[in-house]
Design a protein around this ligand. Structure first.
Ligand code: ATP
Length: 363
């Protein structure tokens, strides 16, 4: 039993598709085709609506996130499938900040979910690990911490300059992310939750995290919960990743530790993520960026986007489809059907055909 509300769980879904810039425009269409193949068998009606928000629109019309966009997404869509933003013609990255951060904050997407699963032993830098050794979920608090932009300069541009960056932690914010980690563990029959902070050095924020953790964990006696300082967690993740099922931590530490975890299973090209508010419209994006250096060459690796779609299916409560998408990627890796970044010689289109055929056969 779980208390995580599903956004949908019903027979149909409406997805806003924002491919964005660079290779986002190449990998997201592959993800959409794969979702269509995965949902065809059970005839789940799924509607995709494309939005062209990104650098081209910004340069052409000076529009980043159009007026009313947040309300429209919130009220009329179940989820957002997002590619990547970033274009050398917009060095300020203003459009990316407005669109992505705007959606994260205005939709209150407080859970950053970053699953890591080793799909083929070829892709881990660790020795002597099996697929079962690396399967974990990192939950990063996504709306508070050091990333809220509270702070300032004093005596700027003088030799006595001081910069202050505040770490904002609300009881409500800390509690909802920790509770989500436990609810996720319970819903997925996972036995271990690790909360990580730096409460020995950052004593005020850390103390709040510790107190909230103690109080929330008491509600989940069947789950083995522990605490590790973030530096210890970094070491332990590399030394013995099989210790971990679910990790929960703050915005900054989560940003770093989830990248470390992703690298254990193959890195950027295989890393999905979700920006979630359980029960509300949430946003799913591959971890990689727009990769302008390879954009338009037809060699972008679509696996991160396809695994991201699997995460989105899970969010919708469509677990068969979520498994099918992951299995399709696993099969492609087993058959060496990969793009050059993963050591293969296939194009994005060839990988796409493989995945769609696999899904058509195995659903
Ligand atoms: P940013 O993250 O700032 O948007 P970026 O896209 O260049 O910029 P990353 O996503 O970190 O940054 O990617 C770094 C490099 O890794 C890319 O330039 C590209 O060469 C490679 N890369 C990333 N994602 C992929 C992918 N899906 N397929 C192939 N190569 C990739």
């Amino acid at each position: 039993m779980t208390n995580i509300p599903l956004r949908n769980g019903g027979p149909q879904a409406r997805i806003a598709v924002i491919p964005g810039d660079g290779i986002g425009k190449e990998v997201i269409p592959v993800a959409v085709k794969c979702i269509q193949a995965a949902t065809a068998k059970h005839r789940r009606p799924i509607e995709f609506v494309d939005f062209d928000w990104g650098a081209d629109k910004y340069l052409r019309e000076n529009v980043t996130l159009p007026a009313g966009a947040v309300e429209m997404l919130r009220d009329h869509f179940d989820a957002i499938l997002f590619g990547a933003l970033g274009d050398p013609r917009v060095p300020s990255n203003q459009h990316a900040a407005d669109i992505l951060l705007g959606l994260r904050f205005k939709l209150d997407l407080f859970v950053n979910a970053r699953p890591t699963e080793l799909l083929h032993t070829r892709y881990t830098p660790l020795r002597d690990v099996t697929l079962d050794d690396i399967r974990l979920m990192v939950f990063r608090e996504n709306t508070e911490g050091l990333y809220v932009g509270v702070g300032g300069f004093y005596k700027k541009d003088t030799p006595d300059e001081i910069a202050v960056q505040e770490d904002v932690n609300s009881r409500k914010g800390v509690e909802r992310i920790i509770r989500h980690a436990f609810e996720y563990a319970r819903a997925h029959n996972l036995k271990r939750v690790c909360m990580s902070d730096k409460s020995n050095a950052m004593t005020y924020a850390g103390n709040l995290w510790q107190r909230v953790f103690q109080s929330v964990r008491a509600d989940y006696p069947a789950i083995d919960s522990r605490h590790l300082f973030i530096d210890t967690l970094a070491m332990e993740l590399v030394r013995e990743p099989r210790q971990f099922d679910v990790i929960v931590t703050n915005n900054l530490f989560g940003d770093i530790i989830s990248d470390l975890a992703a690298q254990l299973a193959g890195g950027l090209g295989l890393a999905p993520s979700g920006n979630i508010h359980p029960g509300r419209t949430s946003l799913f994006e591959p971890v990689h960026g727009s990769a302008p250096n390879i954009a338009g060459k037809g060699i972008a690796n679509p696996f991160g986007a396809v695994l991201t779609s699997g995460l989105m299916m899970e969010f919708l409560g469509w677990n068969d489809e979520a498994h099918a998408l992951k299995n399709a990627v696993k099969s492609a890796l087993n058959d060496n059907c990969t793009t050059p970044d993963l050591g293969g010689s296939h194009t994005t289109a060839q990988v796409s055909d493989y995945l769609v055929n696999h899904l058509a056969k195995h659903m």
